[in-house]
Structures are given as C-alpha cells and as structure tokens.
Write a protein that binds this ligand. Structure first.
Ligand code: DC
Length: 686
C-alpha cells in the first residue's frame, strides 16, 4: 500500500466493474476465537487479513493455539489448532495487546476471565489509547457478578484490565448472568462466546437488561456458535440459555463470508455512479448471515437498483437524484454511516435515527460525521442519537481535507464524496483523505478496489512525467514515486522494447542496424505495435500470454527499441496505449517524451540526468545483479550511441519538456531522489 500521509481523490464521474470483498471482520474474529477454544484443527477459509484479525491471531498464539497458513487451490487457508477449552497448553501469565479491535477485546476479556477463574491465570489486556476510551464496564460488572476477579488498570469501566484467578476456582452460576444490552451488543456476544467454558455442571442463563441494540450481530454469534456445536436457546431477545455440558466442537473447516459492512460502500457506489454497467459485488449476497446486508434495503429506499443471489450483489443507479429517507438504523449501525454520505446525493434531508452506538465506536462517529460533511458544504444537524444531512447546493461544494480519526469507516464512506460532479457540483471538487491507511482495520485494499472501478475525466487525473536518457535511474525513481503515492506506473520504454522484440521475431527489422526501414516494413511494425498483446503485472511484462520480462529488459532489446522508436508510425500507434494508463488516482510515467508529447499537461515534469560514467556504472550493477555479464566500457559507448540517436531523431527527440524541473541525480541516492520528487509534487499540489 501507498506510504503517503494522505490520498487525493480527483472528482469522479462514473463506476462499473466487479469487486471481491474481503472477509467479514465480525465473522473472522468470532471464528478465530471459537476455533481457538475448540479441540482439534479448524481450516479457516477466506479469513479477513487486517489489523483487527492480526491482534486476535497474535493473542491466540500467545495462549498456545497453533496457527499454520497454507495454500489450497491457490487461496490461503489458516489452520487453527485450539486449546480445547483448557489453559494448560499455554503460559498463564500474559500481556495481550489488542489494538483498537473491539471484536477482540470484549470476547477475550470474557473468555480469559472465565478461564482464569476456573483454571488459574493472570492476564493483562490493553489496546491503543482510543481502546482505553471505549466502555467495557457493563461486561466487567457481569463477569464480576459471576465471581471473576477483574482489576481496572486505568479508568474504571475501561481497558486496560487485569484478569486473575487460582486453579480450581468456582463461578457463581445459580442466578442468571445479567448484562446491559443498550450500549454495545458486543458485551452479550462476549458472554455467549465465553460461557460455554463454564457450562460443565449446569445450564448457564444470560439475561439482557434494557433494549438490546444491534440484534443482527447476536444472530451472527448464535449462528457461529451453532457451527461450533453449541446450541443456545433464545427466548425473545431477553434470555439466552447455554445447555449444561456444551463443548466447542470444531466443524473441521469453515468459510468466512465477505464483509457486508464493506459491501455498503460498493452498493452506494452503484447507486450513485453505475449508470451503464452495474457494480458487481462478490462475497456476500441474499443468503448472508450478517445483519448489515439489510443496508441493501435502505439503499433501495434511496433509489438503488439491486439484484442478488447467493454470494453476490449487482447494483446500478435507479432513482436520481437519490431519495432522502428518514430511517431508524438500529439494525445496521455500521453500514448506516454509508447512508449519511449517500445523503449528499439525495434531494432533501436524510435523517438517520437510533444511532447512539456511533458515539462509542472507533471514534465518536456522529460528531466526526457532522464535522466532515460540513467541510464538504453540507448542512448537518445532530442529536444524542441521530444525524440529519442536507446536501450542498451545486455551487456550495467545497474541496475538503477529510480527517479520518483512525476510523476505517470514516475514510471509506467519505471517499464517496469524490463523485460530486454527479451531484452537479460547480465547480466539481477533489477530496483529500487523511491517513488513508486506517482502512487496514477491515479492508486494507479498499482504495485500490475503489480506483479499479471508478473513472474520472482525464484532465483531472494528475500525471508526473519523468523523462531522461538511458540508465539515468528514471525507471526506479518513477516506480518508487508511484508506489509512495498509490498511483499507477507506466514504463513507456517497455512498450518500445516489446515492439522491438516482436518486430525482430517476425523478421520485420533489417539485419543491418544502419539500413533504413522501408515504408512497408514501417507500416507492418506500426500495425504490430497497435495490436500487440502486452500486459503488466507488478514488475513483470507479459507478451502474448508469456512472461517475457527478462527478454524485454535485456540490453539488446533496448537497442531494438531505439530503432523502432524512431519510426513516426510506431510512436503514433503507441500514443493511445500510453494515454490509457492515465487512470484514477494518478499516473507516474517515465520515458523520453512523456512531458513533451504524450502528457504535455502533466502536473509535474522532471528531466532526470546523470553523468555518463554514473549511468554506465548503474546499468552495470543492475545487469550483474540480474546475472547478466557486462563490460562497463562498452556499456558506456552503447549508452552514448543510444542517447545520440534518441536526441537527434526527427520525431519526439529526447529533450527537456517546457517547464520541466532539471534534476541531475549523479550524487543522489534513490531514496533522496524519491523524497525530492514527492516534495516537488506536494509543492505543486498546494
Ligand atoms: O528507457 P528504455 O531504455 O527502456 O528505452 C528503450 C528505448 O525506447 C530508448 O532507446 C528510447 C525509446 N523510448 C522512446 O523513444 N520513448 C519513450 N517514451 C520511451 C523509450
């Protein structure tokens, strides 16, 4: 993923295509805990790979679970061998760090409180500062009522916590366990997941005090307990009974559904921007066990057209502008944030109510949403447990730098504000997302997925052009700058090299390097250049379905490229192919004429040079490290001959573009060069 402190989204005008969702966070962490408490091995398929699952995995490993990653049919599977409900396999004095993962902190607190009380142990559970502001007192009170010894290590009612007990301890289960249900359903989930550990000699009854919120998450908990052999008897939403002798039994293998909350961004994307082809979402569908799937109904009420089947959804724009709604969102607390941003595209005021739980999530989400939507120009009101959003007038949209509060959902939701041209924004505005890496909590590749589906008008997609002579280091520099910015990268030299190689293979180049290339041959080579099947995958180059990276990068291919690149028809044939690389969110292109001919409107142009000796030395090192032997003197002669030809040819000769920054990097390390270009770009942007 990119390494910059913020991501600039250009104004976006449409979207289409398919997205494969990452695994559900809620299901992943429940499955991991259940597999960790079971005896035997559970093969977990399609597990979410994110910050929140990483802390759960680390905790399980500390407790003595065995984790083995392997590949099955090309996909990663995690084998979890659990402790079978017994602590004796692992150490009993542990400090567990759980980041900002509520889905790890709450259930592990319950499970380890029960285990330490019955079997002895001493556990400290802590997280990031925000975790220490997220309430857990109701759960702690319920566990203390059962006889668990729990110390507050910070502010009472909040992590960090210490859980301790002696072997052979007992729990107090004659009375039902009482827990509040109106702050977070995670307290009840935690007890449901953990209390089978205490059911050896009697039924365990849990009673909920107050109106239970987020009931669909309890459904997920019950469905997964069932998969692990534990049937919980439910009386309404007030009373839950775990039968005496319940024991976690591994299902052997389990598949994690795609994340329905993550699906909400793409459902919204379809409703806002899929005017031609739909957005197809793979990983969740009509058969989902996740409550947030009901976001689909809310999106439909706003205008989305949705089709669904098992494991998939297809969404396109229906009503436009969207319809404002007034909705109680208790059943979809997380996905409801996405409605607040869809409201920017609705006619009238959208009111979302019964969302008090937003205030105790990764951040105070009501207050965060109000602040950020106002920055964009919207009119927003709030109450203790509601928010009302009226979109900006066409001329009132503002460019905003969106603060994300270390909250993945703030980053993902607000990115959808970049489609403001579709709301008629005049002028349309870009959106800056601060700290974009916070999406790593549940969806590390969110922005890559969004960009793959979205398009913008070319003039809004920024280009950095880096031109210069052979072996000036522009390829390495451009690739590194692109990676840092999270942009696409075009190595235009590779296109010419591929054409040179293919022309040679088809006998279209005269054997005599000095011989002129006749008109017919020129035409044939240009036809070849337009049709050639070239694909880039990371740093590999595929031609006609074969990985030809080594051949294309070879010195001899550079010489062939230099010959074909002097032909005007070849340059014309490759022109459009190069323009096609200009896709959201931006492009870094290197070559000879990126700034002069192909992207004359590039926002930043760099002309990179280095003295001939340095370039020959760099090229020499590069070849040697690739196992290709080379002579430094003949390399230098070759480079100079190639430069002369590139500089003196009639079409698109190598020369600095107008307005290019001249950069001699003979004495500069690659890291310094990257930082230099990023600095110039930041300056231009500002
Ligand atoms: O950068 P490189 O060594 O991969 O380039 C190979 C040849 O292709 C080089 O001799 C010049 C030509 N080329 C070009 O004419 N225009 C470009 N934009 C890129 C490369």
């Amino acid at each position: 993923m990119f390494s910059i402190p913020h991501l600039d989204l250009p104004p976006l005008v449409g979207a289409a295509g398919t997205v494969k969702l990452p695994g559900s966070k809620s299901i992943s962490n429940r499955v991991l805990l259940l597999a960790g408490l079971s005896a035997g091995t559970t093969a977990v398929h399609d597990l979410l790979d994110s910050d929140d699952t990483a802390v759960m995995l680390a905790a399980l490993e500390q407790l003595g679970c065995k984790l083995v990653r392997r590949l099955q049919d090309g996909r990663e599977v995690l084998d979890v061998t659990g402790i079978g409900g017994v602590l004796n396999t692992g150490p009993r004095t542990l400090q567990l760090f759980l980041g900002n993962a509520g889905t790890a902190m709450r259930p592990l607190t319950a499970a380890l409180a029960v285990l330490s009380t019955l079997q002895g142990g001493d556990f400290e559970l802590s997280g990031v500062p925000r975790m220490h502001e997220r309430p857990i007192g109701d759960l702690v009170d319920a566990l203390r009522g059962l006889g668990c010894a729990i110390d507050d290590l910070g502010q009472p009612g909040y992590p960090p916590l210490r859980l301790r007990g002696q072997p052979g301890g007992a729990m107090n289960l004659q009375q039902p366990v009482r827990v509040r249900g109106d702050v977070s359903s995670q307290f009840l989930t935690a007890l449901l997941l953990a209390l089978p550990l205490a059911s050896a000699t009697q039924d365990v009854v849990i009673e909920v005090e107050g109106e239970l919120i987020s009931k669909p998450y309890i459904d997920i908990t019950l469905a997964l307990l069932q998969r692990f052999g534990i049937a919980v008897k439910r009386d309404g939403w007030q009373r839950f009974t775990i039968a005496q002798g319940s024991a976690y039994t591994s299902p052997g293998s389990i598949h994690v559904e795609g994340d329905a909350s993550s699906a909400s961004y793409f459902v919204a994307l379809g409703a806002i921007a899929a005017t031609d082809a739909p957005i197809r979402i793979e990983g969740v569908g009509a058969d989902s066990i996740q409550g947030d799937i009901r976001f689909v109904e809310a999106a439909q009420a706003m205008g989305a057209q949705v089709q669904s089947g098992p494991g998939w959804l297809e969404v396109r724009r229906g009503a436009w502008p969207l319809r404002a709604i007034d909705l109680n969102c208790n059943h979809i607390p997380d996905a409801a944030m996405t409605l607040a941003v869809m409201a920017l595209y609705a006619q009238g005021t959208t009111r979302l109510t019964d969302i008090g739980s937003w205030r105790v999530k990764e951040t105070d989400r009501i207050s965060a949403m109000v602040t950020e939507l106002r920055k964009l120009g919207a009119t927003v009101d709030e109450g203790p447990d509601w928010i009302a959003v009226t979109p900006p007038a066409a001329r009132a949209w503002q460019h905003a730098s969106i603060h994300t509060y270390d909250d993945h959902r703030m980053a993902m939701c607000l990115s959808l504000a970049a489609f403001n041209p579709l709301a008629g924004a005049q002028p349309s505005v870009g959106v800056r997302i601060e700290d974009p890496r916070c999406v790593g909590k549940t969806f590390p590749d969110y922005f890559e997925a969004l960009f793959a589906l979205s398009h913008a008008r070319a003039e809004y997609i920024p280009v950095i052009a880096i031109d210069g002579p052979s072996s000036s280091g522009k390829g390495t520099l451009a690739a590194r700058v692109a990676a840092a910015l999270g942009w696409h990268y075009l190595d235009s030299g590779v296109l010419y090299r591929a054409v040179g190689v293919a022309a040679q293979a088809r006998g279209l180049l005269p054997a005599d390097v000095q011989a002129p290339i006749g008109d017919d041959l020129q035409r044939d080579i240009a036809t070849l250049a337009a049709a050639l099947d070239i694909r880039f995958a990371g740093d590999r180059v595929w031609m006609d379905g074969v990985d030809q990276t080594d051949l294309v990068r070879h010195e001899a291919s550079g010489a062939l490229a230099s010959r074909v690149s002097a032909l005007p028809a070849v340059r014309a044939a490759l022109h459009q192919r190069q323009l096609n690389f200009r896709t959201v969110p931006g492009l870094v292109a290197d070559g000879r004429d990126m700034g002069t001919v192909v992207f004359p409107d590039a926002a930043l142009k760099v002309f990179l040079t280095a003295d001939a000796a340095t370039r020959a030395e760099r090229r020499h090192k590069q070849l040697i490290s690739n196992g290709i032997s080379a002579n430094i003197d003949s390399l230098r002669l070759d480079l100079e001959a190639r430069d002369l030809r590139d500089r003196t040819r009639a079409v698109a000769p190598l020369k600095p573009a107008e307005g290019a920054v001249m950069f001699d990097n003979s004495g500069t390390s690659i890291e310094e060069s990257v930082q230099q270009v990023l600095q110039w770009w930041e300056h231009r942007r500002a």
